[in-house]
Design a protein around this ligand. Structure first.
Ligand SMILES: Cc1cc2nc3c(=O)[nH]c(=O)nc-3n(C[C@H](O)[C@H](O)[C@H](O)COP(=O)(O)OP(=O)(O)OC[C@H]3O[C@@H](n4cnc5c(N)ncnc54)[C@H](O)[C@@H]3O)c2cc1C
Length: 269
């Protein structure tokens, strides 16, 4: 497997981050950034495949300048090359614009055999970006992968966990996987790996650097079809309970009356 690409997102430490309830958004300045936990599983899966079959692993992240620390961390955890897409033009992107920008940058990276994403992020939590990247690149994808059963230069066979069943799926390469936490236990970087990563070069690409593969009109807030008006935290309504007593006829009449008064039954014709 010659080249594996892992898109990684920097997310706030969710144990510490505060929510700005007035503004209705996460206060990202309240906690340090780290690699999205599911992306650590994606990176580990890619590095294990590299160790078995050879090749290189490239991580790519779209985010603010601070996300450089997460790209650097990915090098300490086994990636060979790290690219950060940072530009004001990328800011405010919804999942459509995020996946477009990442897919464009992947085209610019050149040939690849496999792309491995996390199943979702712990902040945005949509799980849309991975499959969307596959659509932009017109390659097959398998979501919710919990194991790689076999892989060679032409195909990959994986276990995909859906709610009611697990499926064994073989896909031709190039393909994109999104992985669950069950796929592996991410390795911890050694001190030597961290020191090496500290000195490594992180490539930074701006909108101008991908202008040959990406239409500027599709980037950032300008390119996002989603408009976020407000984020609200739903109030927690307690459960209500009521006991209806009597014989079967009386009790069912009382239940029907109660449902009727709550507007949960249509009017009888
Ligand atoms: C109108 C609007 C405006 C927004 N403005 C902002 C904003 O200003 N700032 C902001 O931080 N967020 C903003 N967001 C949220 C932003 O859309 C999402 O954070 C982003 O699209 C990724 O979606 P997600 O976190 O749900 O990823 P998911 O789809 O849950 O992620 C799945 C996988 O895709 C990959 N991935 C996802 N995002 C990235 C990334 N950035 N780089 C590399 N790989 C990635 C990872 O492998 C990840 O595991 C905005 C959203 C909307 C709708």
């Amino acid at each position: 497997m010659a080249h594996i690409i892992v898109p990684i997102k920097q997310v706030p430490d969710m144990e510490r981050v505060k929510f700005d309830t007035e503004a209705g958004r996460i206060d990202r300045s309240s906690a340090s950034g780290e690699i999205n936990p599911f992306d650590l599983n994606a990176l580990e899966a890619a590095v294990q495949l590299k160790e078995k079959l050879g090749g290189t692993v490239t991580t790519i992240s779209m985010g603010p300048a601070q996300a450089e620390s997460s790209v650097r961390d990915s090098l300490a955890r086994g990636a060979d090359r790290g690219v950060l897409l940072a530009d004001k033009a990328f800011a405010g992107a919804d999942t459509w614009a995020t996946s477009y920008t990442l897919a464009s940058a992947i085209k610019k990276l050149g040939d690849y055999d496999l792309i491995v994403c996390g199943e979702k992020t712990v902040d945005g939590d949509t799980g849309q970006v991975g499959p969307e990247i596959a659509e932009w690149l017109n390659i097959p994808h398998v979501a919710y992968v919990s194991a790689v059963r076999d892989a060679n230069d032409k195909t990959i066979t994986v276990t995909c966990d859906m709610e009611s069943a697990s499926y064994g799926i073989e896909s031709p390469l190039p393909a994109l996987l999104t992985v669950t936490k069950d796929i592996n236990v991410p390795r911890l970087p050694s001190f030597a790996d961290k020191m090496k990563a500290r000195k490594a070069e992180i490539e930074k690409w701006s909108a101008a650097d991908i202008a040959d593969v990406a239409d500027p009109a599709n980037l950032g807030l300008k390119g996002s079809p989603t408009r976020l008006n407000k984020v609200i935290i739903p109030s927690e309504e307690g459960r209500k309970g009521e006991m209806f007593r009597g014989n079967l006829d009386e009790a069912t009449t009382k239940v029907a009356d109660a449902l009727q008064s709550l507007g949960l039954l249509g009017s009888a014709k």
